[in-house]
Design a binder for this molecule. Structure first.
Ligand SMILES: Cc1cc2nc3c(=O)[nH]c(=O)nc-3n(C[C@H](O)[C@H](O)[C@H](O)COP(=O)(O)O)c2cc1C
Length: 207
């Protein structure tokens, strides 16, 4: 049995939040698929509204306050990431973008990511493809083929049925498969880690 960690990032601002609801359902579908395959799964939920002030402070000072550092470590050290944003002005919202802006460069390279979004109109569902997917491609993450958009009419009460349920299950299965193909994550990237041995440093000559 392999132990896997999933980071669940939700940029919803409302309480209760449709974005958080979708994120939780995507996380459950991914976890269930991994568990069926014999893995043990730990979920780390990062509800970005709790870190909004810290994210801005990080952008202004270059340093992450302790709570935000724990959240960014949970994301950069996870085996798989579920990233869900509300659509604002036909794109991800500012909080979502700012959070990923403060992560260390290259910290998501090769990392499996499942993307999702909620919006007020299904007409903006392709924002996932023209805004969210390109952002993660730039970060060199490995984005699952199925992206999940939920409009208000896709929910029946607080649950996902029909076409939305089918997309959630398919996307969760795809992320689980991407996670299974990789060795278990070693944890967050340490930007101050020594990547050169002392022998190499001592043997180096200036040219
Ligand atoms: C400032 C603002 C801009 C928005 N722009 C869009 C938009 O362009 N397209 C859309 O479908 N929904 C738009 N919405 C609606 C939100 O995406 C939608 O209500 C979302 O599900 C809210 O998520 P939450 O409940 O997690 O906060 C906008 C909402 C706000 C507050």
């Amino acid at each position: 049995m392999t132990r896997r960690t999933l980071a669940v990032v939700s940029a919803g601002l409302s309480q209760p939040s449709a974005t958080r609801l979708l994120a939780d359902q995507l996380a459950a579908a991914t976890r269930d698929d991994l568990v069926r395959g014999g893995d043990e799964v730990e979920l780390h939920v990062v509800d970005l509204r709790e870190y909004a002030h810290d994210v801005v402070n990080n952008m202004l000072t270059g340093f992450a306050p302790t709570a935000l550092r724990a959240a960014t470590d949970a994301v950069t050290g996870a085996d798989g990431i579920i990233a869900v944003t509300p659509i604002f002005s036909a794109s991800y919202n500012g909080l979502f973008k700012s959070f990923f802006d403060v992560l260390e460069a290259d910290s998501l390279a090769g990392r499996p990511v499942l993307i999702g979004a909620t919006g007020g109109t299904a007409r903006h569902s392709l924002a996932l493809e023209h805004a969210v997917r390109p952002m993660f491609s730039y970060l060199r993450a490995v984005v699952a083929p199925t992206a999940v958009f939920a409009a208000p009419e896709d929910w029946s009460g607080g649950s996902a049925d029909g076409a939305l349920r089918a997309r959630i299950e398919r996307a969760g299965g795809e992320l689980a498969e991407l996670v299974r193909r990789r060795p278990a994550a070693a944890g967050p990237v340490d930007p101050f880690a020594l990547t050169t041995s002392f022998e190499q440093l001592l043997g180096r000559t200036d040219s």
